[in-house]
Ligand binder design. Structure first.
Ligand SMILES: [Zn+2]
Length: 138
């Protein structure tokens, strides 16, 4: 169910930002979803639309289109500083699925391609962010 609480947070932020920028009608928002974010994007999109419908903000959200894009996951080695993309880690399908489902197990499967250290962090590709909000104002 966390798709719904995430969607609620996104819509609340969109409204807040739009008011700050003096927008009266939002035409489009773009949302980036991390490759390692554990989420059903169909449910998320549905939730966004449903939540947008019941907001008491006049016409602000009535014409809003939602575009979603997956953000590639980037890993960074804590030892040598090398950065590499999660989809270049050469994992088999089963390992890829395991990590995708639970990013915290990544360290069991992934090693730095340069120095073979299992000590790395996920620098991009977790979480949800609003890339932009487009609309018209006064
Ligand atoms: Zn390294």
């Amino acid at each position: 169910m966390h798709e719904w609480s995430l969607a609620e947070a996104v819509i609340a932020t969109v409204i807040e930002e739009s008011i700050k920028e003096g927008l009266e009608e939002i035409t489009k928002i773009k949302i980036k979803i991390g490759e390692l974010q554990q989420m059903d994007t169909e449910i998320f999109e549905f939730a966004l639309n449903e939540i947008a419908k019941v907001q008491d903000v006049g016409l602000l959200l009535s014409e809003m289109r939602i575009e979603m894009e997956t953000e590639r996951a980037i890993l960074k080695c804590g030892v040598c500083g090398k950065e590499w993309a999660f989809d270049e880690t050469g994992l088999g399908e089963e390992e890829y699925e395991a990590v995708h489902f639970a990013p915290e197990v990544a360290h069991a499967y992934i090693r730095c391609p340069s120095c073979k250290s299992p000590d790395f962090e996920i620098v991009q590709g977790r979480g949800v962010l609003i890339d932009y909000i487009k609309g018209s104002g006064k």
